[in-house]
Design a protein around this ligand. Structure first.
Ligand SMILES: [Zn+2]
Length: 137
């Protein structure tokens, strides 16, 4: 158990955000004051993926993509948790209208929000583009 480094509240979520270039462990309420912090493993992975020397091949900077059925995933996960749009929006400190749009597919969540949704709902919205292509099931 750690404590929110911004308000001192007990911080079960252990959210990491960057405020003025410094990483803080904060509670949900304080997390909106900073930029979400990318886990070191992820950052390291990305660095490794970047070619050390220049190649002529053009590669995508990011191999993950938003899954095409993000709308259904978000809606299913939310309903499984028994949450209304309003309740989920409150938990996430986001706007209800945004969540509604994501669930109808009218709007795609940006990467930050998608990660947040993944965390709150326990789903995966970003898939490796090669996985998505080869996933026949
Ligand atoms: Zn706090």
């Amino acid at each position: 158990m750690s404590y929110c480094e911004l308000c001192g509240r007990q911080n079960a979520e252990k959210l990491k955000v960057i405020v003025d270039g410094t990483v803080f462990n904060v509670c949900v309420a304080c997390s909106k004051h900073g930029k979400p912090y990318v886990a070191p493993q992820l950052a390291a992975k990305r660095k490794k993926q970047a070619p050390a020397r220049q190649t002529s091949r053009i590669t995508m900077s990011d191999q993950t993509m938003l899954t095409p059925d993000f709308a259904g995933l978000i809606r299913d996960a939310r309903m499984k948790m028994g949450l209304t749009h309003e309740q989920l929006a409150m938990k996430m400190n986001e706007k209800v209208q945004l969540l509604r749009k994501y669930e109808t597919g009218a709007l795609k969540p940006d990467e930050v929000l998608a990660k947040k949704l993944e965390r709150f709902l326990g789903i995966r919205l970003y898939v490796r583009s090669d996985d998505a292509a080869g996933d026949g099931r």
